[in-house]
Write a protein that binds this ligand. Structure first.
Ligand code: MG
Length: 160
């Protein structure tokens, strides 16, 4: 079996006094996301999908939130570490597709910068990385503006 796929999902809660970082890009916002690292929910979903595709466990196994090394860490640097973990096991990343579900702020203007930042973190071309945005139609915790959710799917290939 040379191709494998993985899925990832993550949620972070909004808090005052932190920057909002998504896909490695700081988004203009009066609130950020709560988390041990920079709480980049988009990048976390992608990391979980990549680890899942290689059956290497989940983000909590590799980057425990009790580890001071990852306190306020840039998640795109953790994503680069995930790429290296896969490469050591013979896997190359072929595609990433992710969605961010968020009521506000509007994220569309940041799409291309996020794609470029994520692609560079895993040494892909930008056309191998897709980022999409949607709202939750005012429903649930995302709809109430309490947090942001993200999901991702990836394809990897065993290249030996
Ligand atoms: Mg997370």
């Amino acid at each position: 079996m040379s191709f494998r796929s993985g899925i990832g999902f993550d949620v972070h809660r909004f808090v005052e006094g932190r920057p909002l970082v998504l896909g490695g890009i700081t988004v203009l916002s009066d609130r950020g996301l709560k988390g041990h690292s920079d709480a980049d929910v988009l990048t976390h979903a992608i990391m979980d999908a990549l680890l899942g595709a290689a059956a290497l466990g989940d983000i909590g196994d590799h980057f425990p939130d009790t580890d001071p090394e990852w306190k306020d860490a840039r998640s795109v640097e953790m994503l680069t570490t995930v790429r290296e973990k896969l490469a050591h096991r013979g896997y190359a990343i072929r595609s990433i597709d992710a969605s961010v579900i968020c009521e506000a702020p509007r994220l569309g203007p940041y799409r291309d910068r996020m794609r470029a930042e994520l692609a560079s973190a895993v040494r892909l071309d930008r056309n191998q990385v897709s980022v999409k945005f949607g709202t939750n139609e005012g429903l649930g915790f995302v709809g109430r503006g309490e947090g942001i959710a993200s999901m991702a799917t990836v394809t990897i290939e065993w290249v030996g």
